[in-house]
Ligand binder design. Structure first.
Ligand code: UD1
Length: 420
C-alpha cells in the first residue's frame, strides 16, 4: 500500500483544472441501468469510486468502457438485478442502483451498505421513498429485497432527522420516472448533483420539474432511451484547492468550476478575509491579508457542505484565534481531529462541535487517513506543516481526488508517493 509524503512550507501558485464531480457521476452511471440503449458520459473522473460503480454496472449486465474521461455504457443482454455485498460494501453510493433496478425490472436485491468511519448512515429514507411508490420491501440476509407489480406515483415527504438526503432523493427520483402517474417529492435534496442527475434523466426521456428545489415533480413515462451527458465540475475538489491556496498563503486560479455551487464556502472565506475572484468558469483565491477565524456550521445545500468540514478545520487550525465548527449532517464526522492534533493543532471535540484554537505553525508527522475528506484535511495540514508529513491509507484519497499529487506538484507542492 502507498503512502503520500508531503514536505510542507511551499506557497502554491498557478492554475489547476478541476475534474468532473464524483457525487454526480455515480448516480448518473447507475441511471444508465434504466435503458438498453447506449449512454455516453463525458468528463468522468478517473477515481476508485468510479471504477467501483463500473464494476457494479458490469455485474448487472452492462458493458462499460472508460477511455480518456468518457464512459460508454451498453447492454450485454444479460439481465441481473442483484447488487452484491462485496461491491456495495466498499462504496455507499452503490446503494443508488436500487431505484433504477426497481424502476426497470420491478424487482431489485441490493446489499445494505453498512456504516462507515463518518457515522451510522442509515437508509430508512431510501426505503420510505421506494415503499411509497408501492414496492414491497424485505430485509433478507443483509440485502434489501424490493419488488412491485407496478410502481405508482406518490406524494412523499423525504426530510429526515438531519434534513434531506441526497442519495435517497436520487433513488426515489430514478424509480419514480418509470412509475405510473405523478410523484411529488417534498423536502427533496437540492444539491447540484441531484440537478445533474435530473438533467441526465430528462435527456433519457424522463419528465421532471422542480429539481434543485425541495419540491420535485415527476410524471412517469413508460420508456427511457440512451443519452449523452457531460458531468458538472466537482465542487468539493474545487473547494479543497481553494483552501490549499489559502493555507499555504498562495495564489491559485481554479479552472472548470461553477462558483454558483460554492456560495457558502466563498462567503465563509470572504468573511475570513480571503481574496476570491469569480470568473465565468474559474475562481482565483489568495490571502491578501491575514485571515481571521470564522465559525462554520455544516448544512444541506445551499448551506456549508459537510464534505468541506474537515478541510476548513485545517485552515482554521492555523488561523490564530478561536473558531467553532459545528457538524449538523454527520455529528460523528470528527475522526480527523486526533490526527490533526498529532501535527500540533489545538482542537477539541464537544459533542457535534469542534473548538479550534488556531496555532502559528504545525509540524509534519506520520498520520492516518480515516475517510475521504479527512484525508484531504491532512493533505492541507501537510502542505503548511514544517518538515515531512506522511499520510497512510491513501486509498481513501483515491476514492475522490483525481491525480491529486500531479495537480499539487504542478502548483509547486513537494509531494510524492512511497511504499508503506
Ligand atoms: C451524499 C454524498 C456525500 C455527502 C452527503 C451529505 C454522494 C455519493 N455522497 O451522501 O459525499 O457527505 O451526501 O451531503 O453523493 N440519512 C438518514 N436516512 C437515510 C439517508 C440519510 O437519516 O435514509 C441521514 C444521514 O445519516 C445524514 C443525512 O441524512 O445525517 C444526509 O445524508 P445523505 O444526504 O443521505 O448522504 P448521502 O446521500 O449518503
Amino acid at each position: 500500500m502507498d503512502k503520500l509524503v508531503i514536505e510542507g512550507g511551499v506557497r502554491l501558485k498557478g492554475e489547476v483544472i478541476i475534474s468532473g464531480s464524483k457525487n454526480a457521476v455515480l448516480p448518473i452511471l447507475a441511471a444508465t441501468l434504466m435503458t438498453d440503449e447506449p449512454c455516453v458520459i463525458k468528463g468522468v473522473p478517473n477515481l476508485r469510486d468510479t471504477a467501483t460503480m463500473l464494476k457494479i454496472l458490469r455485474s448487472l449486465g452492462k458493458s462499460a468502457d472508460f477511455d480518456k474521461g468518457t464512459v460508454t455504457v451498453n447492454s450485454t443482454g444479460v439481465k441481473n438485478f442483484i447488487a452484491d455485498y462485496k461491491l456495495v460494501s466498499t462504496m455507499r453510493a452503490s446503494f443508488c442502483v436500487l431505484g433504477p433496478l426497481l424502476g426497470k425490472f420491478k424487482k431489485a436485491k441490493v446489499s445494505l451498505p453498512g456504516g462507515c468511519a463518518i457515522g451510522l448512515r442509515p437508509v430508512d429514507l431510501h426505503i420510505k421513498g421506494i415503499k411509497a411508490l408501492g414496492a414491497d420491501i424485505a430485509i433478507e440476509s443483509g440485502y434489501v429485497v424490493a419488488q412491485a407489480r407496478n410502481l405508482k406515483g406518490c406524494h412523499v415527504y423525504m426530510g429526515g432527522e438531519y434534513g434531506s438526503s441526497v442519495l435517497a432523493t436520487d433513488n426515489l427520483m430514478m424509480a419514480a420516472v418509470l412509475a405510473k402517474g405523478k410523484t411529488i417529492i417534498e423536502a427533496a435534496a437540492c444539491e447540484p448533483e441531484v440537478v445533474d442527475l435530473a438533467e441526465f434523466l430528462i435527456k433519457m426521456g424522463a419528465k421532471i420539474k422542480g429539481y434543485g428545489t425541495p419540491n420535485i415533480e415527476i410524471e412517469g413515462v413508460k420508456y427511457l432511451g440512451g443519452a449523452t451527458h457531460h458531468i458538472i465540475p466537482d465542487r468539493i475538489e474545487a473547494g479543497t484547492f481553494m483552501l490549499a491556496s489559502l493555507i499555504t498563503n498562495g495564489d491559485i486560479i481554479i479552472k472548470n468550476v461553477l462558483h454558483q455551487h460554492l456560495g457558502a464556502l466563498i462567503d465563509k472565506l470572504e468573511e475570513s478575509g480571503a481574496f476570491v475572484q469569480k470568473g465565468l468558469n474559474s475562481i482565483r483565491v489568495g490571502a491578501k491579508r491575514k485571515l481571521k477565524p470564522v465559525n462554520t456550521t455544516t448544512l444541506a445545500y445551499p448551506g456549508f457542505p459537510t464534505d468541506m468540514q474537515a478541510q476548513i478545520m485545517s485552515l482554521m487550525a492555523v488561523t490564530p484565534g478561536i473558531s467553532v465548527i459545528t457538524e449538523k449532517i454527520y455529528p460523528d464526522r470528527f475522526m480527523h481531529i486526533a490526527e490533526l492534533n498529532r501535527m500540533g493543532t489545538h482542537i477539541q471535540k464537544e459533542g457535534p462541535h469542534a473548538i479550534v484554537e488556531g496555532v502559528k505553525s504545525l509540524s509534519g508527522a506520520p498520520v492516518m487517513a480515516s475517510d475521504l475528506r479527512a484525508s484531504a484535511c491532512l493533505v492541507l495540514a501537510g502542505l503548511v506543516a514544517k518538515g515531512k508529513t506522511s499520510i497512510s491509507r491513501i486509498y481513501h484519497l483515491e476514492r475522490g481526488y483525481e491525480n491529486l499529487e500531479y495537480k499539487l506538484s504542478k502548483l509547486g507542492a513537494k509531494v510524492w508517493r512511497e511504499k508503506e
